[in-house]
Design a protein around this ligand. Sequence first.
Ligand code: ATP
Ligand code: MG
Length: 338
Amino acid sequence: MAEKKVLITGDRPTGKLHIGHYVGSLKNRVQMQNSGEYDPYIMIADKQAFTDNARDPEKVHRSVLEVALDYLAVGIDPQKSTIFIQTAVPELSELTEYFLNLVSIARLQRNPTVKTEIQQKGFGESIPAGFFIYPVSQAADIALFKGEVVPVGDDQEPMIEQTRELVRTFNRYYGADLLVEPTGVFPPKGQGRIPGLDGNAKMSKSLNNAIYMSDDEDTLWAKVKTMYTDPEHIRVTDPGHVEGNMVFTYLDIFDPDEDRVAELKAQYRAGGLGDMKIKKYLFEVLNAQLMPMRERRARYAQDPAAVMQMLADGSAKARQKAQATMQELRAAMGINYW
Ligand code: ATP
Ligand code: MG
């Protein structure tokens, strides 16, 4: 049997996971996990969460359990995937430091995702240094596990590229084939960056514009009801725009019945289809997909201690693997003195 490929990815515990995460990354992960072709490592990136939440440790702490529950809810299976907490593997910080010597500040400044996030977060001139270098820490996360495939959303493309560069430089300086160049696995076109309810370019935990996988029916309806549609579509009889209209954007992504969506679009464009009606329809589509996740989540949420134990076991296993690789890297760098 061919050796299983190491899959690595993760999420920041900065809140519950949303439907953007689901189509952007979780869906691919679950499929890949169940294919049996991979050895998946799924990381709750609490250290990275601190890079822009240093003042709010309570939020990070609380979100660890929430993210773990979201994982279990979508079908990440601890029997098949190693789920672990980033800070439980301090070797990741060690490799980050060595990686930092292999990249210039000018190179880091060119990262388009970090640029956008700096603007969104309103850091101005006061960018936390840890935030600025987080792509390097992410590269260490991937590289230390010798991750070969990384299922992520589109905003992570520059991070994968940065990782590949760092791996190449590290191998050039300290030994060929020490680390592995990873490949990003991105969702189908149009699903790699789900826009927010407000029409903002990205649904994000930190931007308050998300539908969470754990939202109950009432919350889901309240959110769908306020979704950005077409400001010029005032009377039901008015012709409406479907481009930039979040209800149709979401239907394109979530409704498997493409013919039905095409029909609704034609009707909306011609006039005669009201916003409430299409919103109700979108609600039904989303609710049907979220219901089984909600139920599974509620079941696991009854025993948080068991979930934390699962994370402890996963973290111990992940640390062992990371320690072994770090040992190998230290030897290659000539810093294994005893
Ligand atoms: P934060 O605002 O705290 O950064 P986030 O919503 O961006 O939170 P992350 O934990 O940073 O979430 O990202 C986790 C994974 O989810 C990444 O692979 C990312 O590409 C993917 N992802 C996040 N938001 C979206 C989105 N709106 N559409 C598709 N994929 C997404
Ligand atoms: Mg993010």
